[in-house]
Design a protein around this ligand. Sequence first.
Ligand code: APR
Length: 296
Amino acid sequence: MLKKIPFLLLLQARCFSTKFTLKELAGQLRDNYKNVVVMVGAGLSTPSGIPDFRSPDSGVYNNLQKYNLPRPEAMFDIHYFQKNPLPFFDLARELYPGRYKPNLAHYFIYLLQQKGKLLRLYTQNIDGLERLAGIKEDILVEAHGTFSTASCIKCKKKYDPDEVKRDIFNNSITICDHCQGIVKPDIVFFGEELPKRFDDCADSDTKKTDLLIVMGTSLEVYPFAWLADVLPFNTPRLLLNREEVGSFGISISPYTADVVIKNDIIDGVKLLAKEVGWWDELKLLTDEKTNINVPD
Ligand code: APR
């Protein structure tokens, strides 16, 4: 829960804080930080060809007219799903992992892991590209669930995710043989709890984060977005996003060491990697993993 602090303390924190530069942050990341927490959203995967949710025109929520939903978010609302699961199963056929590949930004996060600096990666994405990029299970928190498991929405009985996928692609619905509930992939819908792992990891991680990196998310959805605002106020936070989101860029934000790279995520990651001195390594890694020659 966000801490309540007196306005004057906030103002004081802002008045005496010196601007933390990208160069300083990059130097600390290279030489000192060992517990980097990364929070990502759909903007991490748009360079891989997967639309995000809220970008004007291209976002998923702007292209759901054919489903006649009461509001776009109903697509992922558990109460609406119980009444009419067909729109989600139709969209799921487009979203199922397998057709898309990780991009340079995923491999930057992988490089943090390989350098022993990635404490945790919290993702809202369900495309599975973090796993595909090689992020380890114990480091990855899939806060909004995954297609890689499936269960009944009523009794939570587990089902074979491949069988559920087969039914979905055959336009049929898997019904629970225990309670007749609908079986779906374990994507977290609005109205459902986040996986317990999210709270468990957040409780311990927020106490030892050296640097928070937020990439490609509107920070519109809670409780995931809270993670960006429950760190000690002097914790450095770096935003890589097309626009400022959440408490980034707010003049009275208590965070005194924010750095914002307002840019396309690929260009932002390139800038950061060059500042840290990891660009050649990242370029080589991404070329090897994707067989695409990443331009300088
Ligand atoms: N480069 C930089 N920023 C980008 C790029 C890009 N190539 N593409 C998208 N973005 C930014 C958008 O400008 C936006 O700020 O990423 C953010 C994506 O925001 P959303 O579309 O709201 O996606 P996300 O934050 O992941 O949504 C959170 O909402 O509907 C739920 O469960 C769903 O997990 C999702 C959650």
